[in-house]
Design a protein around this ligand. Structure first.
Ligand SMILES: *Cc1c(COP(=O)(O)O)cnc(C)c1O
Length: 406
């Protein structure tokens, strides 16, 4: 069978909506169009019932109670609500927050804003494998620390942080612990009580649900977490997030969560095998390639590889029938290479020539083989034109070479 191009291998950026999710959502645009806040007629009741069922599905996926789920517009909002909401509510307790340099911008930029106010923020470095050091974390904690925010899995490299260990430290010190779990929930097991997390950010569009809907888990017992709302209005979502609920979106997120719960184990096993196949093929076909981040503590569907001695832009152009992301920022607004890869210690060149592969529910073995073959061909061709690669192969140490500038 002919392979369908382009191939989508960027599931960390977003996922298609599962057709079973779409099907569940459709009636909530038309017949069941009620406002979930309309308390006095059947249209409102039906919408409210649907929202409550979705809340149950989302909470079940993470081992939480339904009342601990606050629906939002996505994880950017959830991260803002968690961090700003705690900073404002626990103002008297302290003004110090701990996070990490490799967090998503929705966490980093939220912390930066709080620094402009009166908060102090510690940005923990990461080790070469992409994980924070628990000693660094312990050393950063003071009696003014009110929040630790460390993501469960990184969106660029797929590396999993030691969340249970961080949760234990946070609990021991009586500090609230927030995790941006967007990339992990629905893909790998995640339980709020086992991990001892207090706040968890989620988004539907990274787990086969629709865009523009997300959730924040807010612990209600041991301890009961209080948040200052960041959007004021009609007092929806127990006062934590006002605004008419996106009923079809929430229904979709609920269905997506239920499907993930049912299918996660088999999806992860299948995608883990395909990811390993991709990695092995690349390593067999090419030398001088480097996996970014821990291979052991990693999402099963995730791989990030730097291809030495090729230029990031040429590499991307060479594989233009494969949708992937690169650590080279020519794809985004700035020219800086990925701050995540740099935090792992990658030089600019290796950061620029890196590719993030994100496999997902509809990735096939044929696609994986196509992508591996294509990369081997393109990288080999680009290196044939690279004097640096030739010199390196001749055993010249490029780092000590004297360059003549004319
Ligand atoms: C995608 C992503 C977000 C942002 O989620 P939106 O719902 O798109 O706002 C936040 N954190 C991580 C780790 C992500 O991958």
């Amino acid at each position: 069978m002919a392979i369908k191009l382009p191939i989508y291998m960027d599931y960390h950026a977003t996922t298609p909506v599962d057709p079973r999710v779409v099907e569940t959502m459709v009636p909530y645009f038309t017949e069941q169009f009620g406002n979930a806040a309309s308390r006095n007629h059947p249209f409102g009741w039906a919408a409210e019932d649907a929202v409550e069922q979705a809340r149950k599905h989302v909470s079940d996926l993470i081992g939480a109670g339904a009342k601990e789920i606050v629906f939002t517009s996505g994880a950017t909002e959830s991260n803002n609500l968690a961090i700003k909401g705690v900073a404002e509510m626990y103002r008297e307790k302290g003004r110090h927050i701990i996070t990490a340099v490799t967090e998503h911008k929705a966490v980093i930029d939220t912390c930066k804003r709080l620094e402009k106010e009166d908060c102090r923020v510690t940005y923990l470095p990461v080790q070469k494998d992409g994980r924070i050091s628990l000693d660094d974390l312990r050393n950063a904690i003071s009696d003014r620390t009110i929040l630790i925010s460390i993501m469960t899995a990184n969106n660029e490299i797929g590396v999993l942080q030691p969340i249970a260990e961080i949760g234990a430290i946070a609990k021991e010190k009586g500090i609230l612990f927030h995790t941006d779990a967007v990339q992990a929930v629905g893909k790998v097991p995640f339980n709020v009580n086992d991990l001892k997390v207090d706040l968890v950010s989620l988004t539907a569009h990274k787990m086969y649900g629709p865009k523009g809907v997300g959730a924040l888990y807010v612990r209600r017992r041991n301890p009961r977490v209080l948040l200052a709302p960041q959007i004021d209005g009609g007092g929806h979502e127990r006062g934590m997030r006002s605004g008419t609920l996106n009923v079809p979106g929430i229904v979709g997120m609920g269905k997506a969560a239920a499907l993930c719960k049912a299918e996660m184990t088999q999806d992860a096993a299948r995608l883990g095998a395909l990811r390993d196949r991709l990695n092995e093929r690349l390593h067999k076909g090419l030398d001088e390639i480097y996996v970014n981040g821990s291979m052991e503590h990693r999402l099963p569907h995730s791989l990030n590889v730097s291809f030495a001695y090729v230029e990031g832009e040429s590499l991307l152009m060479g594989i233009n029938d494969v949708a992937v992301s690169s650590g080279s920022a020519c794809t985004s607004a700035s020219l800086e290479p990925s701050y995540v890869l740099k935090a792992l210690g990658a030089g600019d060149d290796l950061a620029h020539s890196s590719i993030r592969f994100g496999l997902g529910r509809w990735t096939t073995q044929e696609e994986v083989d196509y992508v591996a073959d294509k990369l081997i061909t393109v990288v080999t061709r680009l290196r044939e034109m690279s004097p640096l690669y030739e010199l390196a192969k001749e055993g010249v140490d490029l780092s000590t070479m004297q360059w003549q500038v004319h």
